[in-house]
Design a protein around this ligand. Structure first.
Ligand code: NAI
Ligand code: MG
Length: 509
């Protein structure tokens, strides 16, 4: 078996070249407008998944730091005037932030790449999306409104307004730390909430850089706070803090469940964007070449570390052999290498923990006797690389077809007809996304209606826009992010009744 070519790694530029001033930097976190160390003085390093080298010292926040950040956000909300700030002013600040992100696009991309190994080619696009999303939410800030409703009671004027919920804790993952933060932070700010961000311990510094731009844009102190620390204790402290009114979370289904439990104790609001095991369904009448491209993008982009990864590839029997061969051939020609090199097609996994998890699934597959078509091993070099991996004739009930792996691992599953395709696609605890490949418009529409998933793509995969809601059915989450109603997840509706002349009677009648 030929192995994926690893781009010439050359002579390492050395920590100073690759990480610049950040190699030995003491980072600070943002609380109440001040850049501070953790109260304990503890720190932890960032690890570059390509070199396995540590760089920077990040404040190790604990529950005490989390509490300070919540108090700062509370003050900014309760007495700092942020909820009362004119929508046009909030929009102007967001537009200023968008401009600063544009000006600092290279550094934002670079920070994230050195934390999680995402490809430079993807990140360039990624920062563009950050900027355009920020403008979109600025627009929503200016148009957020209530309704005037006909209640059919004479002499009453009745209307609703949408008010911010309060303090929002945004707990974010490592696979796309800036974008998945943007989907929470921008709508929260647009609607007048204050925010405490807890980025993943794997990717704190890209969020800290965004924090610098937020301060530069002129957001008042305490409106945005950042605490850097681990899920336990820091994230858990935020989730259970009585001063936090809403938790916005993206990450694993297990952690999402823990957050929902913590929130339920005080009926705090929460939105959850969780895992997936999304089917990418190829019918025999599809444009197979295009479908194969879609499968590659679905499972190998971002090294498979996306919630919407098309990890179950359902293929109609008649084209199974042809599709499998094409996929294996394409998979073997993927060029792995330095994520900072624009020619690289596959970066490392983001962390040693994620590498161990994916290698664990290779063992499970071996023990379950799965048919390995290509890959299935760590790439023999420095960095958290695994081979693009494809298993054939996978039974939808085995662990590789049921559990989220979050790596470049595709399970090919054979089906005979449309009915069986629907049954297999929906036979999963998840429901985040699905892809359908067919040239038959009626079949496409039937599939769209029957798939139990928050997003369905026909003849494409992984399209996302701030204008379209995103979120999951079933265990893939609760609530929706982005889209025209995104601000609604960050507001409470207040119903207001003004009597214009009815004498009050007691008892009624
Ligand atoms: P995780 O869900 O544990 O971590 C996500 C965020 O939650 C991080 O900021 C983490 O510090 C925080 N966190 C962890 N435990 C917490 C708790 N008890 N209370 C509050 N916050 C907590 O994900 P992890 O462990 O990094 O990755 C494990 C798996 O989760 C991955 O292999 C993947 O399958 C899945 N995952 C899914 C993501 C998605 O986009 N849906 C993103 C990241 C991970
Ligand atoms: Mg975890």
């Amino acid at each position: 078996m030929s192995r994926p070519t690893l781009a010439a790694r050359g002579t390492s530029p050395g920590a100073a070249g690759r990480y610049g001033d950040n190699a030995d930097r003491d980072f600070r976190m943002l609380i109440g407008g001040d850049w501070v160390a953790s109260q304990s003085g503890g720190t932890f390093p960032c690890v570059d998944p390509f070199t396995e080298e540590s760089w920077g010292r990040i404040p190790l926040a604990d529950a005490v730091d989390a509490d300070r950040a919540v108090h700062a956000a509370r003050r900014a909300f309760d007495s700092g005037g942020w909820p009362q700030t004119a929508p046009a002013r909030r929009a102007a600040l967001l537009r200023k932030l968008a401009q600063l992100m544009e000006q600092n696009a290279d550094e934002l991309a670079r920070r994230q790449i050195l934390e999680n190994g995402k490809l430079i080619s993807e990140m360039r696009l990624g920062v563009d999306v950050l900027v355009s999303s920020c403008h979109f939410f600025a627009g929503l800030a200016e148009t957020l409104s209530g309704m005037t409703l006909p209640v059919s009671i004479p002499n009453v004027f009745s209307y609703t307004v949408r008010e911010p919920i309060g303090v929002v804790a945004a707990i974010t993952p490592w696979n796309s730390p800036l974008l998945l933060l943007a989907w929470k932070l921008f709508p929260a700010l647009a609607a007048g909430n204050t925010v405490v961000i807890k980025p993943s311990e794997v990717t704190p510094t890209s969020t800290l850089l965004l924090g610098e731009l937020i301060v530069k844009a002129g957001f008042p102190a305490g409106v945005v706070n950042i605490v850097t620390g681990f899920g336990i204790p820091t994230g858990a402290a935020l989730a259970s803090h009585p001063g936090v009114d809403k938790i916005a979370f993206t990450g694993s289904t297990a952690t999402g469940r823990a957050i929902a439990h913590a929130a339920a104790e005080r009926n705090a609001r929460f939105t959850l964007e969780l895992g997936g095991k999304s089917p990418n369904i190829i019918f025999a009448d599809a444009d197979i070449g295009n479908a194969v491209n879609g499968v590659m993008a679905g499972i190998f982009a971002a090294t498979g570390q996306t919630c919407m990864a098309g990890s179950r590839v359902l293929v109609e029997s008649r084209v199974y052999q042809q599709t499998a061969e094409l996929l294996v051939d394409r998979g073997r020609r993927i060029r792995a290498g330095d994520p900072l090199d624009p020619a690289t097609q596959l970066g490392p996994l983001a962390s040693r923990a994620q590498l161990d998890k994916v290698l664990g699934y290779f063992d499970i597959a071996r023990n379950e006797g799965l048919e390995l078509l290509s890959g299935g091993r760590r790439i023999d070099c420095k960095g958290f690389f695994v081979e693009p991996t494809i298993y054939g004739n996978v039974d939808n009930h085995c662990r590789l077809a049921r559990e989220e792996i979050f790596g470049p691992v595709a399970a090919l599953i054979r089906f005979e007809d449309e009915e069986q395709a629907v049954a297999l696609a929906n036979d999963t605890p998840y429901g985040l996304a699905a892809g359908v490949w067919t040239e038959n418009a009626q079949r496409a529409q039937r599939m769209v209606q029957r798939l139990r998933a928050g997003t369905v793509w026909v003849n494409n995969y992984r399209l996302v826009s701030y204008a379209m809601p995103f979120g999951g059915f079933k265990q893939s989450g609760l609530g929706r992010e982005i889209g025209p109603d995104a601000l609604h997840e960050y507001t409470e509706v207040k119903s207001i009744w003004i009597d214009t002349g009815n004498p009050v009677r007691f008892p009624a009648g």
